[in-house]
Design a protein around this ligand. Structure first.
Ligand code: PMP
Length: 361
Protein backbone atom coordinates (compact mmCIF):
# COMPACT_ATOMS: atom_id res chain seq x y z
CA UNK A 1 0.00 0.00 0.00
CA UNK A 2 1.21 3.52 -0.80
CA UNK A 3 2.98 5.02 2.18
CA UNK A 4 3.78 1.70 3.84
CA UNK A 5 7.51 1.15 3.43
CA UNK A 6 9.93 -1.37 4.94
CA UNK A 7 12.97 -0.17 6.84
CA UNK A 8 15.97 0.95 4.74
CA UNK A 9 18.02 -1.92 3.38
CA UNK A 10 15.30 -4.59 3.51
CA UNK A 11 14.49 -4.42 -0.20
CA UNK A 12 18.22 -4.84 -1.01
CA UNK A 13 18.11 -8.36 0.37
CA UNK A 14 18.32 -11.19 -2.14
CA UNK A 15 16.48 -14.13 -0.56
CA UNK A 16 18.76 -16.85 0.80
CA UNK A 17 18.65 -19.96 -1.36
CA UNK A 18 19.07 -23.13 0.66
CA UNK A 19 20.31 -26.42 -0.78
CA UNK A 20 17.55 -28.36 -2.56
CA UNK A 21 16.50 -31.68 -1.12
CA UNK A 22 14.46 -33.17 -3.97
CA UNK A 23 14.34 -33.38 -7.74
CA UNK A 24 10.95 -33.61 -9.44
CA UNK A 25 10.28 -37.15 -10.63
CA UNK A 26 13.46 -38.63 -9.15
CA UNK A 27 13.42 -40.93 -6.13
CA UNK A 28 16.37 -42.19 -4.11
CA UNK A 29 18.05 -38.81 -4.20
CA UNK A 30 21.59 -38.25 -2.86
CA UNK A 31 21.66 -34.85 -1.17
CA UNK A 32 25.11 -33.27 -1.16
CA UNK A 33 24.01 -29.64 -1.14
CA UNK A 34 23.86 -28.46 2.48
CA UNK A 35 27.07 -29.69 4.15
CA UNK A 36 25.17 -31.95 6.52
CA UNK A 37 26.80 -34.82 8.40
CA UNK A 38 26.10 -37.90 6.22
CA UNK A 39 26.24 -40.14 9.30
CA UNK A 40 23.37 -38.26 10.93
CA UNK A 41 23.05 -37.20 14.54
CA UNK A 42 24.65 -38.95 17.47
CA UNK A 43 22.48 -41.84 18.76
CA UNK A 44 22.85 -40.23 22.21
CA UNK A 45 21.23 -37.04 20.89
CA UNK A 46 18.29 -39.03 19.53
CA UNK A 47 17.85 -40.77 22.89
CA UNK A 48 18.00 -37.45 24.74
CA UNK A 49 15.24 -36.03 22.54
CA UNK A 50 13.04 -39.07 23.24
CA UNK A 51 13.52 -38.53 26.96
CA UNK A 52 12.19 -34.95 26.91
CA UNK A 53 9.55 -35.24 24.22
CA UNK A 54 6.75 -35.56 26.81
CA UNK A 55 7.78 -32.14 28.17
CA UNK A 56 6.71 -30.19 25.12
CA UNK A 57 4.21 -28.24 27.19
CA UNK A 58 7.04 -26.81 29.32
CA UNK A 59 8.97 -23.72 28.35
CA UNK A 60 12.66 -24.42 27.84
CA UNK A 61 15.52 -23.06 29.93
CA UNK A 62 16.09 -19.35 29.44
CA UNK A 63 19.76 -19.31 30.37
CA UNK A 64 20.92 -22.50 28.57
CA UNK A 65 23.10 -23.18 31.61
CA UNK A 66 23.50 -26.92 31.02
CA UNK A 67 24.36 -26.62 27.36
CA UNK A 68 26.77 -23.76 28.01
CA UNK A 69 28.43 -25.80 30.75
CA UNK A 70 28.84 -28.75 28.38
CA UNK A 71 30.33 -26.55 25.64
CA UNK A 72 32.64 -24.89 28.16
CA UNK A 73 33.82 -28.24 29.49
CA UNK A 74 34.46 -29.80 26.09
CA UNK A 75 36.23 -26.76 24.63
CA UNK A 76 37.91 -25.53 27.83
CA UNK A 77 36.08 -22.18 27.78
CA UNK A 78 34.36 -19.88 30.27
CA UNK A 79 30.62 -20.71 30.27
CA UNK A 80 29.72 -17.12 31.22
CA UNK A 81 31.11 -15.91 27.90
CA UNK A 82 29.07 -18.29 25.72
CA UNK A 83 25.76 -17.31 24.12
CA UNK A 84 23.50 -19.81 22.32
CA UNK A 85 21.38 -19.09 19.28
CA UNK A 86 18.96 -20.67 16.83
CA UNK A 87 21.80 -21.88 14.67
CA UNK A 88 24.94 -19.78 14.50
CA UNK A 89 22.93 -17.66 12.05
CA UNK A 90 21.09 -16.22 15.02
CA UNK A 91 24.33 -15.33 16.81
CA UNK A 92 25.50 -13.53 13.65
CA UNK A 93 22.15 -11.75 13.66
CA UNK A 94 22.58 -10.69 17.32
CA UNK A 95 25.93 -9.15 16.38
CA UNK A 96 24.47 -7.14 13.51
CA UNK A 97 21.46 -6.11 15.53
CA UNK A 98 23.54 -4.96 18.50
CA UNK A 99 26.48 -3.34 16.72
CA UNK A 100 25.48 -2.12 13.25
CA UNK A 101 22.83 0.20 11.88
CA UNK A 102 22.26 2.90 9.31
CA UNK A 103 25.47 4.62 8.27
CA UNK A 104 27.63 1.74 9.50
CA UNK A 105 29.62 -0.68 7.38
CA UNK A 106 29.86 -4.44 7.68
CA UNK A 107 32.73 -6.14 5.88
CA UNK A 108 32.45 -9.57 4.29
CA UNK A 109 34.57 -11.24 1.66
CA UNK A 110 33.89 -11.84 -2.01
CA UNK A 111 33.18 -15.55 -1.67
CA UNK A 112 32.02 -15.36 1.96
CA UNK A 113 28.86 -16.82 3.48
CA UNK A 114 25.66 -15.25 2.05
CA UNK A 115 24.08 -14.46 5.41
CA UNK A 116 26.59 -11.70 6.28
CA UNK A 117 25.24 -9.45 3.55
CA UNK A 118 21.61 -10.31 4.31
CA UNK A 119 22.00 -9.60 8.03
CA UNK A 120 23.80 -6.31 7.39
CA UNK A 121 21.02 -5.10 5.07
CA UNK A 122 18.40 -6.25 7.57
CA UNK A 123 19.68 -3.74 10.13
CA UNK A 124 20.08 -0.94 7.57
CA UNK A 125 23.90 -1.12 7.54
CA UNK A 126 25.97 -1.19 4.36
CA UNK A 127 27.66 -4.49 3.49
CA UNK A 128 31.13 -3.97 2.00
CA UNK A 129 32.40 -6.78 -0.18
CA UNK A 130 36.17 -7.30 -0.19
CA UNK A 131 38.03 -9.21 -2.93
CA UNK A 132 39.75 -12.48 -2.07
CA UNK A 133 43.03 -13.69 -3.56
CA UNK A 134 42.63 -16.94 -5.50
CA UNK A 135 39.57 -17.84 -3.39
CA UNK A 136 41.39 -17.23 -0.10
CA UNK A 137 40.47 -14.42 2.34
CA UNK A 138 42.95 -11.54 2.07
CA UNK A 139 43.72 -9.72 5.32
CA UNK A 140 45.41 -6.88 3.42
CA UNK A 141 42.29 -6.29 1.34
CA UNK A 142 40.09 -6.31 4.44
CA UNK A 143 42.32 -3.84 6.27
CA UNK A 144 42.35 -1.56 3.23
CA UNK A 145 38.52 -1.52 3.27
CA UNK A 146 38.24 -0.55 6.96
CA UNK A 147 37.39 2.98 8.04
CA UNK A 148 35.70 4.77 10.93
CA UNK A 149 32.29 3.44 9.87
CA UNK A 150 33.38 -0.24 9.98
CA UNK A 151 31.55 -2.00 12.82
CA UNK A 152 31.82 -5.68 12.00
CA UNK A 153 34.19 -7.80 9.92
CA UNK A 154 32.93 -11.30 9.13
CA UNK A 155 35.23 -14.09 8.05
CA UNK A 156 34.40 -17.76 7.92
CA UNK A 157 37.45 -19.91 8.64
CA UNK A 158 37.29 -22.42 6.96
CA UNK A 159 35.34 -20.45 4.40
CA UNK A 160 32.11 -21.60 2.79
CA UNK A 161 31.87 -22.28 -0.18
CA UNK A 162 35.60 -22.33 -1.00
CA UNK A 163 36.72 -24.64 1.84
CA UNK A 164 39.96 -22.64 2.16
CA UNK A 165 41.26 -21.15 5.38
CA UNK A 166 43.81 -18.66 6.65
CA UNK A 167 46.26 -19.20 9.52
CA UNK A 168 45.98 -17.88 13.05
CA UNK A 169 48.89 -15.46 12.57
CA UNK A 170 46.97 -13.78 9.73
CA UNK A 171 43.78 -13.62 11.80
CA UNK A 172 45.72 -12.12 14.68
CA UNK A 173 47.21 -9.50 12.36
CA UNK A 174 43.69 -8.63 11.24
CA UNK A 175 42.37 -8.32 14.81
CA UNK A 176 45.40 -6.26 15.80
CA UNK A 177 44.97 -3.72 13.04
CA UNK A 178 41.20 -3.21 12.99
CA UNK A 179 39.85 0.24 13.80
CA UNK A 180 38.98 0.52 17.52
CA UNK A 181 35.19 0.45 17.04
CA UNK A 182 35.19 -2.77 14.94
CA UNK A 183 34.58 -6.36 16.01
CA UNK A 184 36.13 -9.29 14.15
CA UNK A 185 33.65 -12.16 13.88
CA UNK A 186 35.36 -15.49 13.27
CA UNK A 187 32.69 -17.81 11.93
CA UNK A 188 33.81 -21.33 12.78
CA UNK A 189 30.86 -23.30 11.38
CA UNK A 190 33.42 -25.77 9.94
CA UNK A 191 36.18 -25.33 12.54
CA UNK A 192 35.69 -28.80 14.04
CA UNK A 193 36.78 -30.39 10.78
CA UNK A 194 40.26 -28.92 11.07
CA UNK A 195 42.63 -30.93 13.23
CA UNK A 196 44.24 -28.76 15.89
CA UNK A 197 42.29 -25.58 15.08
CA UNK A 198 40.38 -24.05 18.00
CA UNK A 199 38.22 -21.79 15.84
CA UNK A 200 39.99 -18.76 17.26
CA UNK A 201 39.11 -19.45 20.93
CA UNK A 202 42.60 -18.48 22.12
CA UNK A 203 42.41 -15.24 20.19
CA UNK A 204 39.10 -14.43 21.87
CA UNK A 205 40.83 -14.95 25.22
CA UNK A 206 43.65 -12.60 24.40
CA UNK A 207 41.75 -9.76 22.71
CA UNK A 208 38.73 -7.59 23.37
CA UNK A 209 37.57 -7.28 19.77
CA UNK A 210 37.10 -10.87 18.56
CA UNK A 211 33.95 -13.03 18.72
CA UNK A 212 33.92 -16.65 17.55
CA UNK A 213 30.73 -18.38 16.34
CA UNK A 214 30.20 -22.14 16.14
CA UNK A 215 27.42 -24.52 15.17
CA UNK A 216 25.89 -27.90 15.91
CA UNK A 217 24.60 -28.10 12.31
CA UNK A 218 27.68 -29.57 10.63
CA UNK A 219 29.99 -32.02 12.40
CA UNK A 220 27.44 -32.67 15.17
CA UNK A 221 24.74 -33.56 12.66
CA UNK A 222 22.01 -31.36 14.15
CA UNK A 223 21.16 -29.00 11.26
CA UNK A 224 17.44 -29.59 11.81
CA UNK A 225 17.65 -28.74 15.51
CA UNK A 226 19.02 -25.24 14.92
CA UNK A 227 21.65 -24.75 17.61
CA UNK A 228 24.72 -22.53 17.41
CA UNK A 229 26.78 -20.52 19.85
CA UNK A 230 29.12 -17.61 20.17
CA UNK A 231 32.12 -16.97 22.42
CA UNK A 232 33.49 -13.53 23.08
CA UNK A 233 34.59 -10.91 25.58
CA UNK A 234 32.17 -10.74 28.52
CA UNK A 235 31.15 -7.15 27.69
CA UNK A 236 30.07 -8.14 24.17
CA UNK A 237 28.27 -11.33 25.26
CA UNK A 238 26.36 -9.30 27.88
CA UNK A 239 25.21 -6.92 25.15
CA UNK A 240 24.07 -9.78 22.90
CA UNK A 241 22.20 -11.39 25.81
CA UNK A 242 19.97 -8.30 26.06
CA UNK A 243 18.53 -8.83 22.59
CA UNK A 244 18.26 -12.62 22.67
CA UNK A 245 14.70 -13.86 23.03
CA UNK A 246 14.47 -15.66 26.38
CA UNK A 247 13.15 -18.93 24.91
CA UNK A 248 15.03 -18.95 21.61
CA UNK A 249 16.10 -22.62 21.85
CA UNK A 250 13.55 -25.42 22.29
CA UNK A 251 13.99 -28.00 25.02
CA UNK A 252 14.53 -30.77 22.45
CA UNK A 253 17.23 -28.75 20.72
CA UNK A 254 19.01 -28.04 23.99
CA UNK A 255 19.21 -31.66 25.13
CA UNK A 256 20.14 -32.90 21.66
CA UNK A 257 23.06 -30.47 21.49
CA UNK A 258 24.28 -31.32 24.96
CA UNK A 259 24.24 -35.05 24.22
CA UNK A 260 25.87 -34.52 20.80
CA UNK A 261 28.81 -32.53 22.11
CA UNK A 262 29.51 -35.15 24.76
CA UNK A 263 29.40 -38.06 22.29
CA UNK A 264 33.08 -37.86 21.43
CA UNK A 265 33.08 -41.24 19.66
CA UNK A 266 30.48 -40.08 17.10
CA UNK A 267 32.30 -36.77 16.66
CA UNK A 268 35.66 -38.47 16.10
CA UNK A 269 34.25 -40.98 13.64
CA UNK A 270 32.48 -38.24 11.68
CA UNK A 271 35.67 -36.18 11.55
CA UNK A 272 37.89 -39.07 10.49
CA UNK A 273 35.50 -40.36 7.84
CA UNK A 274 35.15 -36.84 6.48
CA UNK A 275 38.94 -36.38 6.14
CA UNK A 276 39.37 -39.71 4.41
CA UNK A 277 36.42 -39.33 2.04
CA UNK A 278 37.20 -35.68 1.26
CA UNK A 279 40.70 -36.66 0.12
CA UNK A 280 39.26 -39.54 -1.90
CA UNK A 281 36.61 -37.34 -3.54
CA UNK A 282 39.05 -34.54 -4.42
CA UNK A 283 41.40 -37.05 -6.01
CA UNK A 284 38.64 -38.86 -7.91
CA UNK A 285 37.37 -35.55 -9.31
CA UNK A 286 40.90 -34.49 -10.28
CA UNK A 287 41.31 -37.78 -12.18
CA UNK A 288 38.19 -36.84 -14.14
CA UNK A 289 39.69 -33.43 -14.99
CA UNK A 290 37.81 -31.48 -12.32
CA UNK A 291 40.20 -29.73 -9.91
CA UNK A 292 39.09 -28.46 -6.53
CA UNK A 293 40.53 -26.07 -3.96
CA UNK A 294 42.36 -27.60 -0.98
CA UNK A 295 39.35 -27.97 1.29
CA UNK A 296 39.63 -28.08 5.06
CA UNK A 297 35.88 -28.56 5.62
CA UNK A 298 33.18 -31.14 4.78
CA UNK A 299 32.73 -30.13 1.16
CA UNK A 300 34.83 -29.57 -1.94
CA UNK A 301 34.52 -26.77 -4.45
CA UNK A 302 34.71 -28.49 -7.83
CA UNK A 303 35.90 -26.19 -10.59
CA UNK A 304 34.73 -26.51 -14.18
CA UNK A 305 36.04 -24.89 -17.34
CA UNK A 306 33.11 -22.44 -17.65
CA UNK A 307 29.80 -21.48 -16.05
CA UNK A 308 28.02 -23.34 -18.86
CA UNK A 309 29.92 -26.52 -18.09
CA UNK A 310 29.19 -26.27 -14.35
CA UNK A 311 25.52 -25.65 -15.11
CA UNK A 312 25.35 -28.61 -17.52
CA UNK A 313 27.07 -30.88 -15.01
CA UNK A 314 24.64 -29.85 -12.27
CA UNK A 315 21.69 -30.55 -14.59
CA UNK A 316 23.14 -33.96 -15.47
CA UNK A 317 23.76 -34.81 -11.80
CA UNK A 318 20.17 -33.89 -10.95
CA UNK A 319 18.91 -36.18 -13.72
CA UNK A 320 20.89 -38.91 -11.96
CA UNK A 321 19.33 -38.06 -8.58
CA UNK A 322 22.35 -36.21 -7.15
CA UNK A 323 21.91 -32.75 -5.69
CA UNK A 324 24.96 -30.54 -5.27
CA UNK A 325 25.11 -26.76 -4.77
CA UNK A 326 25.40 -24.10 -7.44
CA UNK A 327 27.41 -21.19 -6.07
CA UNK A 328 26.66 -18.56 -8.70
CA UNK A 329 25.45 -16.21 -5.93
CA UNK A 330 28.91 -16.48 -4.38
CA UNK A 331 30.53 -15.17 -7.56
CA UNK A 332 31.72 -18.67 -8.43
CA UNK A 333 29.64 -19.45 -11.52
CA UNK A 334 32.06 -22.05 -12.90
CA UNK A 335 32.06 -24.12 -9.69
CA UNK A 336 29.82 -26.57 -7.85
CA UNK A 337 30.05 -27.18 -4.12
CA UNK A 338 29.80 -30.84 -3.22
CA UNK A 339 29.29 -32.01 0.36
CA UNK A 340 31.45 -34.95 1.38
CA UNK A 341 28.83 -37.65 1.82
CA UNK A 342 29.17 -41.25 2.95
CA UNK A 343 31.33 -43.57 0.87
CA UNK A 344 28.54 -44.69 -1.48
CA UNK A 345 27.47 -41.09 -2.18
CA UNK A 346 31.06 -39.98 -2.83
CA UNK A 347 31.53 -42.85 -5.26
CA UNK A 348 28.25 -42.11 -6.98
CA UNK A 349 28.89 -38.39 -7.48
CA UNK A 350 32.47 -38.97 -8.66
CA UNK A 351 31.30 -41.68 -11.07
CA UNK A 352 28.58 -39.43 -12.54
CA UNK A 353 30.96 -36.48 -12.92
CA UNK A 354 33.32 -38.86 -14.73
CA UNK A 355 30.50 -39.88 -17.09
CA UNK A 356 29.60 -36.23 -17.63
CA UNK A 357 33.21 -35.35 -18.46
CA UNK A 358 33.28 -38.28 -20.88
CA UNK A 359 30.32 -36.80 -22.74
CA UNK A 360 27.15 -37.98 -20.96
CA UNK A 361 24.40 -35.33 -20.90
N1 PMP B 1 28.39 -19.88 8.76
C1 PMP B 1 28.72 -20.58 7.68
C2 PMP B 1 30.03 -20.30 7.04
C3 PMP B 1 27.84 -21.54 7.16
O1 PMP B 1 28.17 -22.21 6.05
C4 PMP B 1 26.61 -21.77 7.81
C5 PMP B 1 25.62 -22.78 7.30
N2 PMP B 1 25.44 -22.84 5.97
C6 PMP B 1 26.32 -21.01 8.94
C7 PMP B 1 27.23 -20.09 9.41
C8 PMP B 1 25.02 -21.10 9.67
O2 PMP B 1 24.78 -22.34 10.15
P1 PMP B 1 23.73 -22.60 11.30
O3 PMP B 1 22.81 -21.41 11.38
O4 PMP B 1 23.04 -23.84 10.88
O5 PMP B 1 24.53 -22.75 12.55
Amino acid sequence: MAGIEPQPGIMEIALYEGGKSSVAGVSNVVKLSSNENPFGPSPAAQEAVKRVVHEMHRYPSTDHAELRAAIAEVHGLDAARIICGVGSDEVLQFLCHAYAGEGDEVIHTEHGFAMYKILAHAVGATPIEVAETERVVSVDNILAACNDRTKLVFIANPNNPTGTMIGLAEIERLAENLPPQAILVLDGAYAEYVEGYDGGAQLVESRGNVVMTRTFSKLYGLGGMRVGWGYGPKEIIDVLARIRQPFNLSNVALVAAEAAIRDTAHVEKSREDNSRLRAWLAEALAEHGVPSDASTANFVLARFTSPDEAWACDTYLQSQGIIVRRVTGYKLPAALRITVGDEASCRRVAHCIGLFKAGAR
